[in-house]
Design a protein around this ligand. Structure first.
Ligand code: HEM
Length: 471
């Protein structure tokens, strides 16, 4: 019988079956050999193991497993076994001490979207790319850009109307995206480009968080790959324009864009790098800000102290109209503690995934070659390091924190490259919001975990001009 004679439904079923056929091969570990004892296995009954429980609340799930199994255990996610570690000691061991025995462990279906050229996920590229980023993303150039980030933040925050209800996540996304695009291609304000990048990024993000990444034109994963191709075309076009029309020092990233010779990157690598920085940077930073507003709205004492810091800063500055500088950011110590406490309680990255390149021994257990490892930092909520861990209390950062127990930006060879950028952007945005507005969440209580861990519905909130403030 010819394929055309079959009903369309039957054709779809047959196509799906063909696509699913290789699945068992994916999960089969093929008689692997290793010497040593595996860590304890999490008990689960279905072929998908812990997937559903993890999916419905990853943080509660990881907490529960940590309490049940301690320092290291095996869980089964998406049909595959993965070793998870839970302590600062294990984090240091795997991320720093023996990092050369591991590579990044993001699912290939994800890196195909987020790092198509393997700039960060391929160990051969990663050292070179990170070296190239040292100057543009280092403290010097990022701190010099504070006035620009302040102006870009104000271009959105100053448009808020007294008494308006707005979606905090959406507003923060707009600001952080503007600042990241500025970092990548200099001072420009083209709303159309922002909207397009945001729309494509949103599709990519959804595709990265589907349980079953099936590449068909109508699936979320297929749409994400299409969005990745579109955004890559846009970035390549941008790169061409930048190379054709700009002098070599127009923005932070020009040293990367104009890099050549054996230390340089190809066009495909530069556009892939831009894509990764956009992907890794703007929603993570926006999510942290939304959590800051959420925690502050629930903790009036912390909010009052923060307002005092920002009011004092505003009063001491010659004019509120002049852009903030690094000297101003240095005068926000309490703000920094609010940010740290937010990162402690609301991690934007759930665990740091790795794959073993060889058998590695840890505390009497083996992590066999080719196995996946997830380094979790749920120890951020361990009472041994953070007394009364579930309480939002920025003052706990008054005292220095024991090294290695607080690593919201990771550690070792893959520590976040956006750390300096975040470190200045967050306080700048917080200053502009907190010194001008009061805010009251309006939406439903609760959290959502996918595509990112944040307050439900992106935190709709009513903003009101504070007494004596005008724009
Ligand atoms: C508050 C916001 C942010 C948080 C909490 C955060 C957190 C992290 C963490 C925990 C890692 C380590 C992942 C691992 O070891 O597997 C990481 C890596 C990374 N981050 Fe961030 N990040 C933030 C903002 C940014 C920004 C703004 C950018 C870009 C401008 C960025 C770019 C990256 C990149 C490219 C990597 C991969 C580095 C590598 O693999 O060598 N991040 N981030």
């Amino acid at each position: 019988m010819a394929l055309m004679d079959l009903s369309p439904v039957l054709v779809v079923v047959l196509v799906l079956l063909l696509l699913l056929l290789p699945l068992p091969l994916l999960f089969w570990r093929g008689g692997e050999k290793f010497s040593g004892k595996l860590p304890p296995k999490s008990r689960s009954n279905s072929i998908w193991g812990d997937t559903s429980a993890f999916w419905s609340d990853p943080l509660a799930f990881l907490d529960k497993k940590r309490a049940e199994y301690g320092e290291i255990y095996i869980l089964k996610l998406f049909g595959r076994e993965k070793i998870v570690t839970t302590t600062p000691e294990a984090a240091k061991f795997f991320l720093v001490n023996v990092h050369k025995s591991f590579k990044h462990g993001y699912r290939p279906s994800i890196t195909r979207i987020t790092d198509p050229e393997g700039n960060f996920t391929d160990p051969d590229n990663s050292v070179k790319v990170r070296k190239l980023l040292k100057t543009p993303l280092g403290p010097g150039s990022i701190r010099d850009s504070i006035p620009t980030y302040d102006a870009l933040s104000r271009s959105i925050i100053d448009t808020w109307k007294d008494g308006e209800v707005l979606n905090a996540f959406h507003e923060m996304e707009r600001i952080t995206l503007k600042c990241i695009l500025n970092l990548l291609w200099g001072q420009e304000d083209r709303q159309l480009e922002y909207d397009r990048v945001m729309e494509l990024h949103s599709k990519m993000n959804h595709g990265c968080h589907v349980k079953f990444p099936i590449n068909l034109p109508f699936t979320a994963y297929g749409k994400a790959l299409k969005a990745k191709r579109d955004i890559t075309d846009l970035l390549k076009e941008k790169l061409k324009q930048l190379r054709a029309s700009r002098s070599q020092d127009y923005c932070c990233m020009s040293s990367v864009i104009f890099s050549d010779g054996e230390n340089g990157l190809t066009d495909a690598q530069v556009s892939s790098l831009m894509l990764t920085l956009i992907f890794a940077g703007y929603r993570t930073t926006a999510t942290v800000l939304v959590w800051v507003f959420k925690f502050l709205s629930e903790n009036s004492k912390a909010l009052e102290e923060l307002q005092m810091e920002h009011d004092a800063l505003s009063q001491s500055r010659e004019s509120n109209g002049t852009p903030l500088t690094w000297a101003d950011v240095k005068r926000m110590p309490y703000t920094m503690k609010v940010i740290q406490e937010t990162l402690r309680l609301a991690p934007v990255v759930k665990f740091m995934p790795r794959v073993a390149l060889e058998d590695v021994q840890f505390k009497g257990y083996v992590i066999p070659k080719d196995w996946s490892l997830g380094v979790s930092y749920e120890f951020h909520k361990d009472p041994a390091f953070f007394p009364d861990p579930l309480t939002f209390d920025p003052s706990r950062f008054n005292e220095p924190i024991k090294p290695g127990v607080f690593i919201p930006f990771g550690a070792g060879a893959h520590i976040c490259v956006g750390y300096e950028f975040t470190n200045v952007l967050l306080p700048v945005i917080i200053h502009r919001v907190v010194s001008t507005y009061s805010f009251e969440p309006q939406g439903p209580d609760g959290v959502e975990f996918w595509p990112q861990y944040g307050p439900k519905g992106g935190l709709p909130m009513k903003v009101k001009l504070r007494a004596g403030k005008c724009l």
